[in-house]
Write a protein that binds this ligand. Structure first.
Ligand SMILES: CC(=O)SCCNC(=O)CCNC(=O)[C@H](O)C(C)(C)COP(=O)(O)OP(=O)(O)OC[C@H]1O[C@@H](n2cnc3c(N)ncnc32)[C@H](O)[C@@H]1OP(=O)(O)O
Ligand SMILES: CC(C)C(=O)C(=O)O
Length: 594
């Protein structure tokens, strides 16, 4: 019996799996990871029959952007009134109908912004305005002062941290004392709201994800009783992963546990507010919705404290990419991004999902090839089904969504560098200049581009590609060449005595004007014999003609494959307003190069 060189590795609760061979084993590093070993015991959830793993996302949740509050509080330079207003207008234009606009008791700017909404018609009637406050009587009073006279529906969002470390370290209260503090603040909110039907209530047990499940259920039940949650006037319970510490499945378990055990569940809007400390905020939000959450708070492009709030753009477009309407308009992602970057004064990474500058770009050869084929198939299938390509089912490899859906053109989809292949190069020449290179010419040209890209080390733009192409294959207009065509005309079969086609050409041969005529099976054949007579033989191996029907370069192109004097196979290309001219130019280019 042979023994495997692979030791076994334990999976979390499955069978042992083969590991790495002894010579390739990872060693323990110097990272003091033991310091965090109790994270999972701190987030223990009493849920064993979880249902979220088998569910699918089928509808958009209620979205609540908190850019003007949670996002704003994390900026080096919080937004001034003009930036706040611009951001708010963007959110409204995108279709958000519930917007957290600030922490009006914390800053005069926030207070003034809420007053602006109250005193103007900046906020359309259907938009609910959320204002945020800590559980302190003076702050609550100021919050209500800010919304006085506001015509829109209002959500007063009260928060207090409930997790043990925050209770002990920050607030200095035990479970009962804290629960009493929260209830007292809730009562204060209720007192200010009176019987105003416009006002609804939201409570966030901050750091929910590190709070004992039984305690958070108890506190939430107190709030829904105090605020008399009913299906007609539901209370929002917002359960934040204030600092993301565990894998998304743990958050999903925590949310499902709440969803199944909350008091007055039918009178509660279960909301989540994931942060992104582990880089899995999006996964947390998505799994939380599978687990029963109905509302998601986050920020555009994931701005927010530390690593940010969950990114509402990614969440929305993830739904879109799965065939679910996000109910938010992302059709001009670049304008959205520009506005957010201007307001936050923080950039959006080039690789940011859906919105980064590079996310619809392929440099690598095989990806470009697949995308080019995918585009061609997409258009053919749309045509066959009588559909507008912008409306037809999308199955283009490597592009999870059609860039056009978010207002992007296809210009940046294929870009060329040393990692690119013939497909991408051909795609760029076709999309920028209308050239449809025969496959063997693609291969020939790709070798030249590769050499250039390896030397230069950078990107090869469409304009640079075109110059390389001209240098390699096209006859220049200047007189630097041995031979140039000046004029040509053809006499068709039947008009000549011997039944062939007669070509009349005027050439410039080393600066001298030369007129020649010849008869051949076609004009190419005739010109080949004229050139041979001038001591410049061209052995034509193949010829492809293409007409370009659009753009300023409308006309004809001839791609000519020929054998050079030393026996090599080469290409020449002619472009002209007429098919004949393109062929004459291609052949003369080949003669010069031979
Ligand atoms: C997770 C989140 O995003 S929570 C929101 C955080 N956002 C912000 O803090 C931005 C705006 N905040 C501020 O401008 C200020 O913190 C203010 C105006 C709200 C309060 O300012 P100050 O009165 O100077 O208090 P300061 O910020 O220094 O400290 C917070 C105090 O509030 C207490 N506190 C913290 N959270 C809460 C809460 N949810 N409810 C009641 N009290 C709270 C703290 O225990 C501390 O009390 P202490 O002074 O008795 O120790
Ligand atoms: C208080 C809540 C809503 C919050 O901002 C957080 O926990 O991050």
């Amino acid at each position: 019996m042979t023994t495997s060189p692979f030791p076994t590795l334990r999976t979390p609760d499955g069978p042992p799996a083969p590991g790495r061979p002894a010579w390739n084993r990872q060693r323990a590093s110097r990272m003091p990871s033991h310091r965090y070993q109790d994270v999972f015991s701190r987030v223990d959830v009493p849920l064993t029959d979880r249902r979220w793993p088998t569910r699918r996302l089928t509808a958009a949740p209620l979205w609540v952007p908190v850019d003007l509050r949670d996002g704003n509080q994390a900026l080096t330079e919080p937004m001034d009134p003009a930036r706040k207003r611009r951001f708010f207008e963007l959110l409204v234009a995108m279709g958000y109908t519930e917007i957290e606009v600030g922490y009006p008791s914390a800053s005069q700017t926030d207070f003034d912004f809420v007053r602006l909404l109250a005193e103007t018609d900046l906020a359309p009637e259907h938009v609910t305005i959320v204002v945020f406050t800590a559980a302190r009587a003076d702050l609550i009073a100021r919050t209500f002062e800010s919304v006085r006279g506001l015509r829109n529906p209002v959500v007063v969002h009260l928060y207090t941290a409930t997790a043990p470390t925050w209770r002990d370290v920050v607030l200095g209260r035990d479970r009962t004392e804290l629960s009493d503090l929260i209830s007292a603040a809730g009562a204060e909110v209720l007192r200010h709201a009176g019987d105003d039907p416009r006002v609804r209530f939201e409570f966030s047990p901050e750091v929910f994800n590190l709070t004992e499940p039984d305690y958070v259920l108890e506190v939430c039940a107190r709030m829904t009783t105090l605020w008399d949650a009913t299906p007609e006037r539901p209370v929002i319970l917002n359960l934040p992963a204030t600092v993301e510490v565990a894998t998304p499945n743990v958050y999903a378990d925590q949310i499902e546990h709440m969803h199944r055990n909350l008091d007055r569940r039918e009178a509660v809007i279960l909301s989540v507010h994931p942060h992104n400390d582990r880089g899995t905020g999006v996964a947390c939000a998505e799994l939380a919705v599978l687990a029963g959450a109905q509302r998601v708070e986050g920020c555009l492009f994931g701005n927010g404290e530390r690593t940010g709030n969950v990114d509402l753009v990614t969440l929305g477009l993830n739904l879109h990419a799965q065939g679910v309407d996000p109910e938010i308009d992302f059709s001009d992602i670049d304008e959205i991004r520009r506005t957010v970057v201007d307001c936050n004064r923080i950039g959006v990474h080039e690789r940011h999902p859906y919105a980064g500058d590079l996310v619809h770009t392929a440099y690598s050869g095989t990806h470009q090839d697949a995308i080019r084929k995918g585009f061609a198939r997409h258009h053919a299938q749309a045509r066959a089904a009588g559909l507008d390509p912008a409306d037809a089912p999308w199955r283009v490899p490597y592009l999870p969504v059609d860039p056009a859906d978010v207002g992007r053109s296809y210009d940046a989809v294929v870009r060329v560098n040393s990692q690119s292949g013939k497909g991408g190069i051909a795609y760029l020449l076709e999309s920028a200049y209308g050239l449809e290179l025969p496959r063997r010419l693609q291969i020939d040209f790709a070798g030249r581009v590769q050499e250039h890209a390896d030397d230069s080390g950078g990107e090869v733009t469409a304009e640079r590609l075109w110059r390389l192409f001209e240098e390699a294959y096209v006859l220049p207009d200047d007189g630097g060449r041995q031979i140039l065509p000046l004029a040509w005309s053809v006499v068709r079969p039947g008009e000549t005595h011997d039944g062939g086609e007669r070509l009349d050409v005027v050439l410039s041969v080393e600066g001298e004007r030369v007129e020649r005529s010849a008869v051949g099976a076609g004009p190419v054949d005739a010109l080949a014999s004229i050139l041979a007579g001038l001591g410049l033989p061209v052995e034509v191996l193949g010829l492809t003609q293409q007409s370009i029907t659009s753009g300023s370069d409308a006309g004809a192109v001839t791609y000519l494959e020929h054998r050079t004097a030393d026996g090599a196979v080469a290409w020449a290309v002619g472009r002209d307003a007429s098919v004949l001219g393109a062929s004459v130019r291609a052949l003369v280019a080949a003669a010069n190069r031979s």
